[in-house]
Design a protein around this ligand. Structure first.
Ligand code: ASP
Ligand code: MG
Length: 425
């Protein structure tokens, strides 16, 4: 008998109808002879609503209480789902993250899973139940407080449970048919990918693709858990994410040269203008940013003008950290001696991802030509072995992504990508 872990996102269980639809699908998996463990997210926009509610009673809610509040969302959906399954005549039991043995560190609102001890889940399924687990939550090892794993964390719960239970597969059900060559909300001709390597999926996730979270893919790669991303609405086969193209259920597919085009409009650009071009200046600037616990992404330093001996340094960072960085840099302005700061949050990052670019010359040139043909100006460039990213104006993002998608032959000729609901989570 195989053990399947299935995860359903918030848009799949947005209302009572959704919960009943998902319950039927879960029962099918059980009837097909599998042991089934289900991880569920909060219904629809529940998590956002709870966050809004917290903000109304306190501008800075304590992390411990904030996490306690947010985990309530998943408790609602897990209990309702278990009821709906029982109503179909099958045994089901719901469990909180803590009951399921999801043990984390104590960093509230973005805890990391450090261990999973799923004894109760194992017993429950061995007794013939379908076990329903609340996603996105755990309990801290030291203080035994309830924690959450960060937005979208239910995917990580699912993969972590699949690893601990040595499941045969982890199915992530969402509101699109799988991983696409671009966001189907932006590119109508985006193509569903049948198989993608962990490596390429990680790059897509860190470049703005929202279908799977970076942390979840990282976890799956570490424990070698194949993920099957598919729609809870259509029932079509989705995308396999794994080490090998021959993973269970995957058709034999070749590794594409380019896996896809991702975009991200959540970042801003900071330019430090007129930095003295001498050793130690960049170090001071980036030490200040690092001490503020802020992650930066792309960095570009201009050639300094010979006449002035000054240079400009630009970098990108999450918009949400913009205020913090500007304040911190203003403070060190006298010691570093730069001229001024510029802040620009009207940018987009567009990334081309694919392991094939390691061995195929000309990918960068073709990428830049596609952008130039679309009249899109490039402001910053960064690369990894299997990714090229550029920063453009935010207004250009749709057009740029579509142009690059077409230029690399990724457009599908047949079916248009379907978005069944939700907002990309
Ligand atoms: N409900 C949480 C969120 O909206 C966790 C999740 O959906 O995975 O972020
Ligand atoms: Mg959600």
């Amino acid at each position: 008998m195989s053990l399947v872990v299935q995860k359903y996102g918030g848009s799949s269980v947005a209302d009572a109808e959704g919960i009943k639809r998902v319950a039927k699908r879960i029962v099918e998996a059980k009837k097909n002879g599998n042991q089934v463990v289900v991880v569920v997210s909060a219904m629809g926009d529940t998590t956002d609503e709870l966050i809004d509610l917290a903000a109304q009673v306190s501008p800075m809610p304590a992390g411990r209480e904030f996490d306690m509040l947010l985990t309530a969302g998943e408790r609602i959906s897990m209990a309702l789902l278990a009821m709906a399954i029982k109503n179909l005549g099958h045994a089901a039991q719901s469990f909180t993250g803590s009951q399921a043995g999801v043990i984390t560190d104590s960093v509230h609102t973005k805890a990391r899973i450090i261990d999973v001890t799923p004894g109760r889940i194992r017993t429950s399924v061995d007794e013939g139940n379908i076990a329903i687990v609340a996603g996105f939550q755990g309990v801290s090892q030291d203080k035994k407080d309830i924690t959450t794993l960060g937005r979208g964390g239910s995917d990580t719960t699912a993969v972590a449970l699949a690893a601990a239970l040595e499941a045969d597969v982890c199915e992530i059900y969402t509101d699109v048919d799988g991983v696409f060559t671009a966001d189907p909300r932006v590119v109508k001709k985006a193509r569903k990918i049948d198989w993608i390597s962990f490596e390429d999926m990680l790059e897509l996730a860190s470049s703005g693709s929202k279908v799977l979270l970076h942390r979840c893919v990282e976890y799956a790669r570490r424990y070698n858990i194949p993920i099957h991303v598919r729609s809870s609405f259509s029932g079509l086969p989705g995308t396999w994410v794994s080490n090998e193209p021959h993973a269970q259920g995957a058709q034999k597919v070749e590794q594409a040269i380019i896996s896809g085009v991702a975009h991200d409009t959540s970042e801003a650009k900071v330019t430090v203008v007129g930095v003295p071009d001498k050793p130690g200046e960049a170090a001071k600037i980036f030490r200040t940013i690092a001490d503020g616990q802020i992650n930066i992404d792309m960095i570009v330093q201009n050639v300094s003008a010979a006449s002035t001996g000054l240079t400009d340094i630009s970098f990108t960072l999450p918009k949400t950290d913009g205020r913090k960085v500007i304040d911190a840099l203003e403070k060190i302005k006298p010691t570093v001696g730069f001229e001024s700061l510029r802040y620009d949050d009207q940018i987009a990052k567009i990334s081309l991802v694919g392991a094939g670019m390691k061995t195929n010359p000309g990918v960068t040139a073709a990428f830049f030509e596609a952008l130039s043909d679309a009249g899109v100006n490039i402001e910053l460039i960064s690369t990894s072995e299997i990714r090229i990213s550029v920063v453009t104006r935010a207004d250009d993002v749709g057009e740029a992504v579509r142009a690059v998608h077409t230029a690399f032959g990724l457009d599908s000729e047949t079916d248009e990508a379907v978005v069944y609901g939700g907002t990309g989570r």
